[in-house]
Write a protein that binds this ligand. Structure first.
Ligand code: TMP
Length: 256
């Protein structure tokens, strides 16, 4: 049982590790880049944990299934907001905080900026309420670095739809997750709940991320997510290398 909280951070902690979050519109390619980012961080001597929202815990996987199920189309937007926060609280308690406290690098595929952008900027819930909620719940867990994979919404959606139509990549179905053709994509399968939103929704998502990045340039890096996987990887690792070097400057040599 959690002790009474007053104004203390819900997830306080001695954060020895590094918290990096990846954000972007559907089909921006961030998920594909995560193993490459982990490999890069490990090459710089950091022990790395990869995780995601929603669904980074066993409880979260069940919430993810409800949240992304096309049959949840009628979900009230406040219910949606609080389910994402519920997933995040469990994830923070079970995965993010313990690993940061142990000094690891936690690489997380989406975090609270996704809620600010999807439920706030795009869905239209009041931004100030969402920010208050995040201030209360996650003030002790602000990411050290947030990479926004930026792409015109229609390009990203085109990629996401190609993926969902069965190009052998992981996809979300109302039956769970699997590869197309593994028996999970069955009768009645259609696009995920967010892929079916109108293009205007996704344009608001993109604009929301760009506004957040502009408001907090010390935390965000906006990456051009167009081009080949390799081109995006090179941009990403260059940005992370700059961040790490600024955080831990090499000791100056005598005379410098
Ligand atoms: P994913 O496609 O990156 O795995 O994310 C799952 C979907 O959930 C994606 O469409 C974005 C959406 N989402 C929100 O709407 N709010 C949130 O807080 C998070 C984490 C994801």
């Amino acid at each position: 049982m959690r002790p009474p909280m007053d104004d203390a951070p819900v997830f306080p902690g001695d954060r020895k590790g590094l918290f990096i979050t990846l954000e972007g519109v559907e089909g921006s390619g961030k998920t594909t880049q995560i193993p490459r980012l982990a490999e890069f961080l490990e090459s710089r001597g950091l022990e790395c944990v990869r995780t995601r929202e929603p669904g980074g815990t066993a409880i979260g996987a069940r919430l993810r299934a409800v949240l992304l199920d096309p049959a949840s189309k009628g979900m009230d937007s406040l219910c949606e907001l609080l389910l994402y926060e519920a997933d995040r609280i469990q994830h923070a308690a079970e995965v993010i905080l313990p690993n940061l406290s142990a000094g690891r690098a936690v690489v997380c595929d989406r975090f609270y900026d996704a809620t600010t952008v999807y439920q706030g900027y795009a869905r239209g819930l009041p931004l100030s309420r969402i920010q208050d909620l995040h201030g209360w719940l996650f003030s002790g867990l602000s990411p050290d670095l947030t990479l926004v994979f930026d792409l015109p919404a229609e390009v990203g959606l085109g990629r996401a739809r190609a993926r969902l139509s069965g190009h052998g990549v992981f996809c979300q179905t109302r039956f769970g997750e699997g590869r197309f053709g593994e028996g999970l994509v069955g009768e009645g399968w259609s696009e995920g709940r967010f892929e079916t939103e109108k293009i205007q929704f996704h344009e608001k998502v993109r604009a929301g991320y760009l506004s957040l990045a502009q408001a907090e340039p010390s935390r965000f890096v906006v990456l051009d997510a167009s081009g080949s996987l390799r081109e995006v990887e090179v941009r990403m690792t260059a940005a992370v290398a700059r961040f790490l070097d600024a955080r831990n400057p090499l000791p100056k040599k005598a005379g410098e």
